[in-house]
Design a protein around this ligand. Structure first.
Ligand code: PLP
Length: 629
């Protein structure tokens, strides 16, 4: 447990039990509810669902919604802040229907709303958010249809806010609102001078893609006033980036935003809401630091900085406290889903050994490296052993290309080389000083565990932006993990790998795992995939969406849970259809080819039927490896 830091990044949801299995406590305030991952894996298998699988813990989603809202409520009461909290969930972070529906349902008592950043998301939000007290916020670039859809929201009695991202949008909105005679609720997004901290810091600053400059905000307000619509301007919005690693960025943004709000108020524009955007970070590596995959604050600290920061400026400027809106997506969804993948094999650079006993007329290179191995214990400088062995191996390769060395001899040299490297690693294991070149030994001697999944489908950010996602074995944690490895996926792409892990208190490129046992399944869990990863993946190598199981815990039995729904992942024909193939025609073509071989007498008729059925079954089957156990 300490090695993998599960409770450090687990957010109160994930821990390791005494039996060595990871378990989830979906409602952190009720520790008696506990789901063991081994039991979960067994249940998934019994249901006949093939791995890899995305597991969604709906109770975790609900807990996160409640926790964000109650923290705001509590801090608001404690601070004697006179505005309310009216958060919205940004649909783009995870657009899955079941996820959005669960969030809307869990958010109902808090009048928690939705945020849309595109036309399709707006159409979704219009249908799903039917609470007339909660907000629906429309951000992003908009066309005339978007404006009309937003005004339809007003007609339906929704608190639909159109946030103006650029000045021309305002002119369009005013024109259509007048034509339809509907009063819109308008927000303005401010381009902030303060920059976020972390990977997404480009969302703030003068070169930010979205938002209005101060001059444009003033122009917007004045234009609305001229048009007799000054009263429609209700919300000030800003967003300085996702995954803010340093709380100082939050403090700075709040004080800048609060000043803009206060001055607009004094200019006669009495806004009702200040929307502080997203950015509430997740501690992916469990270090509680300003590392890119972490954050140096808690939820409570974040909320306190928003509430007290706003109050301080408003009290100083003698303006009312606005209602507060936040658009936290990552924090709401990250913990609720994980990917369970089976380790289906091990790849080792030194796995295959051939017989290295001396042969007649053997090349001198083989003799040299064998001598190095034979006299290993008598060597005085291990650095020299490494240098010599490496040189012999390089020379051997050149000699092989020049046809001076045979394939057999090269194989012997490789075998001896890797044996020497293993001995060097053991020798250096207890040394304080390890020469730089030899520090790589652990990595080059490590195994690669082959995981039945695709990084590009299930963990896109680990590949695209080096995001760290916690990955751990789901069982056997009470056994010492003796195999150092990296994890590789089953795509034909060498980028398809995970090689950043939290081990102890460090971020390393090697993960200790347990040796694979014959006839026993071994699973790894990729955690905190609920935000962005779940929906951003692509079909590289035609690996499609994963099978999903949706888990609820039983109210009456804390140890029990049930699979409420199984959502089937993509079949081969599904992904082929997306790529414009016609699977039925393909099956027909292959059948014709088989029939031709039958007619030619190369395949017996009964066997022909079996091949045809087999091809069709594969078309209808899962895109991932069938492990057969
Ligand atoms: N709001 C806006 C405008 C965003 O661009 C984003 C994402 O970057 C979010 C909200 C969600 O941010 P987060 O997932 O960090 O909470």
């Amino acid at each position: 447990e300490k090695l993998y830091g599960v409770s450090r990044w687990g957010g109160g949801y994930f821990e390791v039990g005494e039996n060595g299995n990871v378990h989830v406590t979906p409602v952190p305030s009720d520790k008696s509810i506990r789901i063991d991952f081994q039991a979960l894996i067994d249940e998934i298998r019994d249901e006949g669902v093939q791995f890899p699988v995305v597991v969604r813990f709906h109770d975790v989603l609900r807990s996160q919604v409640a926790s964000l809202n109650t923290t705001f409520r509590d801090v608001i009461t404690e601070a004697e802040y006179t505005g309310k909290y009216q958060g919205v969930y940004p649909v783009k972070v995870n657009q899955m229907r079941e996820v959005v529906e669960e969030i809307v349902d869990a958010g109902e008592p808090f009048d928690y709303g939705l945020e849309a950043g595109s036309k399709a998301e707006l159409i979704t939000a219009l249908a799903l958010n039917n609470n007339e007290n909660s907000l629906t916020i429309l951000n992003g670039y908009k066309d005339e249809e978007c404006m009309r859809l937003a005004l339809l929201g007003r007609k339906l009695g929704r608190k639909m806010v159109v946030v103006v991202e650029k000045y021309t949008e305002l002119l369009l909105l005013v024109k259509i609102a007048k034509e339809l005679e509907i009063d819109p609720i308008i927000g303005v997004r401010s381009k902030m001078t303060v920059k976020g901290r972390g990977k997404w810091e480009g969302s703030g600053g003068e070169r930010a893609k979205f938002g209005l400059t101060i001059a444009e905000i003033i122009k917007t307000a004045r234009y609305l006033e001229e048009q007799g619509m000054g009263h429609c301007l209700k919300l000030l919005h800003f967003h300085i980036g996702s995954q803010l690693t340093d709380i100082r960025a939050v403090k700075e943004a709040i004080s800048e935003g609060a000043r803009i709000y206060a001055d607009l108020h004094k200019m006669g524009f009495a806004l009702d809401y200040v929307d502080v955007g997203g950015g509430l970070g997740i501690d992916y590596d469990g270090s509680a630091s300003t590392n890119e995959s972490s954050r140096n604050y808690t939820l409570h600290e974040y909320v306190a900085d928003v509430v007290y920061g706003m109050k301080e400026v408003c009290d100083l400027e003698k303006v009312p406290h606005p209602n507060l809106v936040s658009e936290s997506g990552r924090a709401i969804t990250a913990h609720h889903s994980c990917v369970i993948t089976e380790i289906v094999g091990e790849i080792r650079s030194n796995s295959a050994e051939i017989d290295t006993t001396p042969a007649e007329n053997e090349h001198v290179f083989v003799k040299n490296i064998r001598e190095l191995e034979d006299y290993f214990d008598e060597q005085t400088s291990m650095q020299e052993v490494f240098n010599d062995a490496s040189q012999y191996k390089e020379q051997a390769l050149d000699a092989f290309k020049l046809r001076v060395l045979s394939l057999e001899e090269l194989g012997k040299i490789e075998t001896i080389y890797w044996r020497i490297m293993s001995r060097l690693r053991t020798w250096y294991a207890n040394e304080e000083y390890v020469p730089e070149e030899l520090q790589e030994l652990d990595y080059s001697l490590s195994s690669q565990y082959l995981c039945n999944f695709s990084v590009f489908q299930s963990a896109a950010d680990t590949w695209a932006i080096d995001q760290l996602l916690p990955v751990v074995p789901l069982t056997r944690m009470n056994e010492k993990p003796s195999v150092n490895c990296t994890l590789v996926d089953i795509t034909c792409d060498s980028d398809g790998k995970l090689d950043q892990f939290t081990v102890g208190r460090e971020i390393t490129d090697i993960l200790p795992m347990h040796p694979l046992k014959n006839g026993e399944n071994y699973y790894a869990g990729l955690f905190l995939t609920g935000a962005y990863q779940d929906v951003m993946g692509d079909m590289h190598n035609l690996f499609g969406r994963l099978n999903e199981v949706h888990i609820y815990s039983h109210d009456d039995d804390p140890q029990d849970f049930y699979i409420e729904e199984v959502v089937k992942g993509s079949s081969v024909q599904d992904v082929l259809n997306i790529m414009q193939y016609n699977p039925r025609a393909m099956a027909y073509d292959v059948k014709k080819l088989i029939d031709k071989q039958v007619s030619a007498g190369n395949i017996r008729p009964r066997e022909g039927v079996r091949w045809t059925d087999f091809y069709e079954n594969c078309l209808a089957g899962y895109t991932y490896l069938k492990t057969g156990r």
